[in-house]
Design a protein around this ligand. Structure first.
Ligand SMILES: *Cc1c(COP(=O)(O)O)cnc(C)c1O
Length: 361
């Protein structure tokens, strides 16, 4: 059996070393006589693993002590509803800056709970850029400002932290967390579904500046209350134990590889290699995102027509390069280059692109 290079946008490729360790420990974990999915989340062994995963994530991302870290089910989309419920008073304004599909879902989930102000949007331009900070129309009384650090579908990424003054900045980092250093202290809340860059689907990391947990928010059930989850170390109900374990292994692997500094270099090298191949193709391949906003994680591109796009995806798959079909909202091709994608995968993709162009250009 050979594992192909998997460019899936999510759930995405995991490090082979992590899968091998999970395979080895599948039947019996850590001397407990059972697998980790068959034991109580309140067992001493599981709780130690959970605490170790949190400590590893804190070290990897550089999360200060005055931030709580939650490990929750429900995905990033659920957090998009919980954020207004927890941090905005009923009917209070919240500012949203929209740079792609996931910024729009954040608004959709928040709309029942908060007075959404679209402070800026690049939708009219087809989400090919980050709205310039000077154009943002922020509300002085906003509960928070929400941004999407990396737009997974449109391939648009912030390269700077926007200055929003004293209003807490809330950022969806689902598809770029741990791919370069983050100055966590510049944010009020960072959230990320794990299935892009941190491990498996089914668990979401929410990093919250602790003073924000004092906000009364809106009437809500205990299970929707971040304060309650924080008070119970994310074990208010049964957490996704298997997912938490795989996340912990993935974080450990990233630390062993040299942490976010190493992945920042690798991401830079991988994305530059691919963008250079696209830009150097004489127009056969096209990426339409403004160069300064191009994502290092998700690279959408187009061939001259949809028929060639489809042939490219099929032949790439046959050549061991998986999941290159673009999202239906954008079309074309999309290559996702998360931390677990080695440089060799991108080298193989670029070599395939040259060959394909020679045969079809
Ligand atoms: C994948 C993704 C989401 C949605 O995550 P779910 O876990 O499916 O809810 C939200 N935001 C971004 C940036 C994503 O990449």
């Amino acid at each position: 059996m050979t594992r192909a290079f998997n460019f899936s946008a999510g759930p995405a490729t995991l490090p082979e070393a992590v899968l091998r360790q999970a395979q080895q420990e599948m039947l019996e974990w850590n001397g407990v006589g059972a697998s980790i999915v068959e034991i109580s989340h309140r067992s001493a062994e599981f709780m130690a693993m959970a605490a170790q995963a949190e400590a590893g994530l804190r070290r990897l991302v550089g999360i200060p002590d005055d931030y709580a870290v939650l490990f929750l089910g429900g995905g990033a989309t659920t957090q998009q509803a919980l954020i207004p419920l927890n941090f905005a008073a009923p009917g209070q304004r919240a500012d949203y800056v929209v740079s792609g599909h996931w910024g729009k879902t954040a608004i959709k989930q928040a709309t029942p709970y908060v007075d959404v102000n679209v402070a800026a949007s690049s939708e009219a331009g087809g989400f090919r850029d980050i709205p310039a900070r000077a154009q943002w129309q922020l509300s002085p009384d906003a509960a928070y400002v929400h941004v999407t650090a990396n737009e997974t579908i449109h391939g648009v990424e912030y390269r700077d932290v926007p200055d929003v003054g004293d209003v807490p900045l809330v950022a969806d980092f689902s598809s770029s967390i741990a791919s370069e250093p983050i100055d966590v202290a510049r944010y009020g809340v960072i959230y990320a579904g794990a299935q892009k860059n941190l491990g498996p689907v089914g668990i979401t990391v929410v990093i919250i500046r602790r003073d924000l947990l004092e906000r009364s928010g809106q009437p809500r059930a205990d299970i929707f209350d971040y304060r309650s989850h924080a008070a119970r170390d994310s074990m208010l109900n049964t957490p996704p134990t298997w997912n938490w374990y795989l996340l912990g292994l993935t974080v450990q692997w990233m630390l062993e590889q040299g942490g976010v500094d190493a992945f920042a270099k690798l991401s830079q090298a991988k994305s530059a290699l691919l963008y250079d191949a696209i830009d150097g193709s004489g127009g056969f391949y096209r990426n339409e995102v403004a160069p300064a906003a191009r994502s290092r994680m998700n690279v959408p591109f187009f061939l001259p027509d949809a028929e060639l796009d489809a042939r490219f995806v099929a032949e790439a798959k046959a050549a061991g390069l998986l999941a290159l079909k673009g999202h239906k909202a954008v079309g074309g091709i999309r290559a996702s280059l998360y931390n677990a994608m080695p440089l060799q995968g991108v080298q193989a993709l670029v070599a395939f692109m040259r060959d394909f162009q020679q045969r079809n250009g």
